[in-house]
Ligand binder design. Structure first.
Ligand code: UDX
Length: 463
């Protein structure tokens, strides 16, 4: 039975070696995978994107790729909210979609173009078995950074040390370092460890194990940023690591957005002076409670700093969008030069001269995009890798401040002042501008990412 559907047909491989890329169907994973696909296409490979129909990328934005959709077993007519959390979605994908993926790959391998290599998101851990069965080299793309991956790789050890149990309120705020994982603190351990320990830990351990069995990892990061973590990484994963990022700097503006990006954000920013606006966004997955949303609203309004705020519909528990704001509030923040949109062209926003700071959930894409544009951050991580990301932003790279007490109006207001007005904010901006310069250098001929990309191309050609 043919279980795949071709949505776009690439007329001709033109003698290019074919790579099959399989993104996880979530915004923060689709963006870097499609950017990677563009990078590899520019290096002469033919690209086939294997994707679920759930959160499908838009093939018309990529006429140079071939798109194959796999049936979403059990996902028809579902949205992410039906899955309670991302962990359950990832479990579901890894258990229910393997046969169709296998059939699809086997069929592609029989075609004249064959398949040189399968590149999957690390969270598609079960595809390692498929690749082994088909004797197809599999390379993993990890969408987070190295330090958070090392934390996940240390889970068995952390379990032995007794960290996998419900934490007391005091432990949830503990400043103690996690032994062997400094600068990470006990409070940075992913919060899901305490609420849904079995499912999430199992999943991350499976992801790490399957990543160990792959041929190599491609990182959306750059050597100068994560140099200190490389020896530990190479010790645990002794195969090639390609740090070729930041991906989005190779090609301008993302066309892989699943939501419509409100371009009025840019015309609104055009009216503001240099470094004066705070950009606020919590990415594509985080959901906050209504009281937290109201604390944010008051903190932003009271700061008297202009702000551009992305409030994603569905991101406030129990609300469609802004209806929980008190009467007259929108008029009030409009006077205070606040602007709210449902989804923004984030990379364009961050590169706008008016942006002077970013209040973020510390997703890895957002963090990297902010670094690339020299924008310092206020970090309020929600779950998973966002907690270690925030620790590195604040304590290692020192390019941001952390909201120590979660979303609370006074602290939001004072952090905005620290970041956008005070001397320490100016020093953070200097440091992040220094990193931005390092990004520019690493992508140029002879730079670390440039060279690593050449190595990756040669590595794939050696299969
Ligand atoms: C999550 C994790 O937090 C992240 O660390 C992991 O690597 C991927 O999954 P997400 O919540 O989506 O990601 O955040 P983030 O990684 O920051 O990615 C969000 C993406 O959406 C970014 O590329 C950003 O540019 C884009 N975005 C966000 C928009 O295009 N418009 C917006 O308004 C907000």
């Amino acid at each position: 039975m043919d279980t795949t559907t071709t949505t776009t047909v690439l007329p001709n491989n033109g003698g290019r070696r074919r790579l099959v890329l399989l993104p996880l169907p979530l915004q923060g994973h689709i963006n870097p995978m499609l950017q990677l696909a563009n990078i590899l296409h520019s290096k002469g490979f033919s690209i086939t994107i294997l994707h679920t129909r759930f959160n499908s990328p838009n093939p018309t934005n990529y006429p140079h790729f071939n798109f194959l959709s796999i049936p979403d077993v059990g996902l028809q007519n579902h949205s992410l909210s039906d899955f309670a959390n991302v962990i359950r979605l990832v479990h579901h994908l890894n258990t229910s979609s393997l046969h169709p993926i296998r059939d699809c790959l086997a069929r592609l391998m029989l075609e004249d173009a064959g398949v040189s290599c399968l590149i999957t998101d690390a969270q598609w851990f079960a595809t390692q078995t498929v690749a082994d069965d088909l004797k197809l080299p599999r390379i993993v793309h990890r969408t987070s950074n190295i330090s958070s991956f090392l934390l996940f790789a240390a889970f068995p050890l952390l379990r032995d040390m007794g960290y996998f149990r419900p934490f007391s309120d005091q432990e949830l705020k503990s400043e103690a370092f996690v032994p062997g994982l400094e600068p990470l603190k006990v409070k940075d351990l992913p919060k899901f460890l305490t609420s849904d320990p079995v499912g999430s830990c199992e999943l991350l351990e499976l992801m790490v194990q399957a990543t160990k069995q792959a041929r190599a990892i491609i990182w959306n990061s750059f050597k100068e940023l994560e140099e200190a973590e490389l020896p530990t990484l190479r010790h645990g994963f002794s195969y090639p690591h390609f740090l070729i990022g930041p991906f989005h700097k190779y090609f301008p503006a993302s066309s892989s957005s699943l939501l419509d990006q409100d371009k009025t954000s840019i015309s609104w920013l055009d009216k503001h002076s240099h470094n004066s606006v705070l950009y606020v966004s919590f990415g594509s997955l985080a959901i906050i409670e209504e009281y937290q949303f109201l604390e944010m609203a008051w903190g932003l309004a009271n700061s008297k700093q202009p702000f551009l705020w992305v409030v994603r519909p569905g991101s406030i528990q129990g609300s469609e969008w802004l209806e929980s704001l008190p009467d007259g509030f929108l008029e009030r923040i409009a006077e205070r030069r606040g602007y709210i949109v449902k989804w923004a062209p984030q990379q364009e926003v961050l590169s706008h001269p008016a942006i002077g700071g970013f209040l973020t959930h510390s997703g890895w894409n957002s963090t990297l995009e902010s670094i690339c544009e020299g924008v310092p951050m206020i970090c309020s991580p929600c779950f998973g890798d966002q907690l270690p990301n925030a620790r590195y932003v604040c304590d290692v790279w020192k390019i941001g401040v952390e909201l120590e007490n979660g979303l609370e109006r006074e602290e939001i207001e004072s952090s905005i002042k620290r970041l956008m007005v005070d001397k320490e904010g100016i020093e953070m901006r200097d440091r992040v501008l220094n990193l931005k310069e390092k990004v520019n250098i690493c992508l140029k001929k002879g730079g670390s990412s440039y060279t690593s990309l050449e190595d990756l191309v040669n590595y794939i050609l050696s299969f």
